[in-house]
Write a protein that binds this ligand. Structure first.
Ligand code: ADP
Length: 674
């Protein structure tokens, strides 16, 4: 993997300059190639992780070093927020504490911190922790995409996941040992430990293990290798096969330490020599093995999510090109003289591609690949605009009621993302009311104070609340905690893919808001979404004019996908423009040499195969003609967001798939802009 090695992205949240310097030095000594990002307080840390404001282009950290005593937002709160966040919780967090704060260490573990370092930082311990997390973590984040796809499609292991470890809850140890004095010793040593509370249950034979069906409730298994019914490495193998993926530590005698090493090679978490057992060593080994196992579980889960995200984004990107063609060509067809049947058929195609475009948008939002275009808008207007569509979606048997607040409902948001979450909530409400019912969408302006800011994502301030309440089936209490998980669905195959609420969650988070859900079986469900109220005044943007805008200027279209290129050429030619088209940056440059002086607008795809990207092409042509107007298009790629040139949808950027109306209006507006 050496050729794929990249620096480890580390976020350090630490307000003390001295401690920051020490950590930098410790990283250096640990020989870890890293990009260290430092922030000084909890609010900045969350902004960095959620890529807000000046951190819009921040990298996703591979590891977080978190001081617990921070100004503004406390480190303990930051930890809880990270570990409660569907997207962030898989990033390992190493907590930095002062040496006397045993309480802090224990409670951090309770909130799923992955490790801790005591301050002043002890260099070797620090290096050891980073390396040990690194072994399971950093290798994976540097894997190429093909592996991600393979991982995404690989099925889960059959055994149940390890139960999460909580504060105050005992670690359950299963001891496989036939020598009563050893059983007593282990019990005594663990009972005295200050590190955690252990519950020990002992069995004396492998045979006994085979008969039990409750082994998954143990956090860890300790086994002697010399038992009456099994000896040596074979004991380890047999025990392992019985305990459903639980971590196993083997106990060896001084003389058969080599067998312990062999067991390690076959996957044992550790081995301990019986004659050398001390309370601290035993408790630490058990604790470490359990943590390591739980990191592995989290990692597996996170790999799946990341891989699914990459896969989704990749497919959606290509799919958007195809959709642009289908959508555009069928729209062109709809303007031809058709028989009534053909016209209906064409309209069906247009409708279906719209649905497909929505679906890819959903996938991209969920995997955070969609470019977000926030602007100040009135949430009431958004609801008013989608209401008509919602009525169609809900059907005649469900009534829709809007209860809109009189004023103050402005938010800074991406309109299409908001529409999407309203649609998703409405679809769920519809599915929960097969026999009919009522969906109420309400807006309100609410002031949330400290006392009412309950829930992991909530914080005080002024918010616009969107409530969607239905009179449907309700959500069973055991289902409720899972509804925001990606790909969690209770619907039949073909009816739901479980991305709806995951998307809602992701969108709301990207808007710095949060969600509350309450539900009662057979009575209904209420979703409350809190979005920060905007203080900026609302400027109403002019609505796009309906008739297809045209012109007589010359447009240079650069697009590598032939179908999309033909469509755009056809549409703009029909609009009266003169069109030059090229399939790559190089071709565009050749065309420019002969016709450059005529070109009024460069309309180019951002991603192209032959080495010259849309941005580079624009830069080259702008050097030759500084005033040249440029319009970019792309099947949503964030690669370019945050580059030197800001992209604004509808101004200098047109998102694929685009409709012909969009294309015509944006091209016209770009040409008319001064
Ligand atoms: P999908 O709709 O594809 O199943 P979602 O993520 O939108 O995926 O929803 C996940 C699950 O949450 C649904 O399958 C359903 O069990 C439950 N759910 C969501 N909204 C409601 C609702 N309004 N009433 C009842 N159950 C709901």
């Amino acid at each position: 993997m050496s050729n794929q090695l990249r620096p480890v992205e580390i976020l350090m949240v630490e307000d003390s300059p001295t401690d920051r310097l020490i950590a930098v030095e410790a990283l250096k000594q640990a020989l870890i190639i890293n990009n260290l990002h430092t922030v000084e307080n909890g609010i900045e840390a969350m902004a960095f992780l959620r890529r807000e404001g000046k951190y819009a282009t921040a990298s996703r950290p591979d590891l977080i070093l978190l001081d617990l005593n921070l100004p503004k937002k406390d480190g303990r709160e930051v930890l809880i927020e990270i570990k409660n966040d569907a997207f962030l919780r898989f990033i390992p967090v190493v907590v930095l504490t002062t040496s006397d704060a045993e309480e802090d260490v224990i409670s951090s573990y309770g909130h799923h911190a992955n490790s801790f370092v005591k301050k002043p930082v002890d260099f070797p311990r620090f290096a050891e922790i980073i390396h040990s997390i690194g072994d399971y973590w950093f290798q994976v984040v540097t894997l190429p995409a093909e592996d991600a796809i393979r991982r995404a499609t690989r099925s889960e292991p059959a055994h149940p996941p390890a139960p999460p470890v909580r504060v105050g809850q005992a670690l359950r140890v299963l001891l496989v040992e036939d020598d009563p004095s050893s059983v007593l010793l282990v019990r005594d040593l663990l009972a005295d430990s200050a590190m955690a509370h252990f519950e020990v249950e002992a069995v004396s034979r492998v045979q006994e293990l085979r008969k039990r069906s409750d082994l998954s409730r143990f956090d860890i298994v300790l086994t002697d290798l010399g038992l009456p019914d099994s000896q040596g490495l074979d004991t380890y193998r047999q025990v392992r096969s019985c305990v459903a993926g639980r971590p196993v530590i083997v106990l060896t005698g001084l003389e058969d330490e080599a067998v312990g090493l062999s067991a390690l090679r076959e996957g044992a978490q550790d081995y301990l020599v019986k004659g050398e057992l001390t309370g601290r060593a035993l408790a630490r080994a058990v604790r470490y093995a359990v943590d390591k196992k739980s990191i592995e579980e989290q990692l597996r889960q996170s790999q799946r999510l990341e891989a699914i995200g990459q896969l989704a984004a990749g497919i959606a990107h290509d799919f958007n090109n195809i959709l642009t063609i289908i959508q555009g060509q069928s729209q062109l067809l709809a303007t031809a003289h058709l028989t009534p049947e053909s016209a209906t058929a064409v309209n069906e195609i247009v409708d279906a591609t719209e649905r497909a475009a929505n679906l890819t948008r959903q996938l991209l939002t969920f995997s955070r690949q969609q470019i977000m275009h926030p602007r100040v808008l009135d949430l009431n207007d958004v609801l008013g605009d989608v209401a008509r569509m919602l009525r169609r979606l809900l059907g005649a048997h469900i009534s829709l009621e809007l209860q809109l607040a009189a004023e103050g409902t402005t938010v800074e948001a991406d309109v299409s993302m908001l529409e999407q979450i309203v649609m998703n909530l409405a679809v769920n409400a519809r599915d929960a009311m097969p026999g009919g019912g009522k969906l109420t969408l309400a807006t309100a302006v609410v002031n949330v104070d400290r006392a009412r800011a309950t829930g992991p994502d909530a914080y005080p301030g002024r918010f616009v609340r969107l409530t969607a309440s239905d009179t449907g089936s309700g959500i069973a209490p055991d289902v409720l905690p899972r509804i925001f998980e990606p790909f969690f669905t209770t619907k039949d195959v073909g009816k739901g893919v479980g991305l709806g609420l995951a998307t809602v969650f992701s969108v709301v988070q990207q808007h710095r808001g949060w969600i509350r859900v309450s539900s009662e079986l057979r009575a209904g469900t209420r979703f409350e979404i809190f979005l920060p109220a905007s203080t900026t005044a609302l400027v109403t943007a002019p609505r796009p004019v309906r008739p297809l805008a045209g012109g007589h200027e010359t447009v240079l279209i650069v697009e590598d996908e032939p179908g999309v290129r033909r469509l755009a050429t056809l549409a703009l030619t029909r609009g009266g423009y003169r069109v030059l088209s090229a399939g790559s940056g190089a071709e565009a440059l050749t065309l420019w040499n002969t016709h450059g002086r005529d070109v009024d607008l460069l309309f180019t795809d951002l991603v192209m195969p032959d080495g010259i990207s849309g941005l580079q092409l624009a830069a080259l042509l702008l050097e030759r003609r500084p005033g040249l107007k440029v319009l970019f298009t792309s099947g949503y790629s964030t690669d370019f967001v945050g580059g030197e040139r800001p992209l604004h949808e509808g101004v200098n950027f047109l998102q694929k798939p685009y409709t012909l109306v969009n294309l015509a209006t944006t091209v016209r507006a770009r040409l008319d802009a001064t």
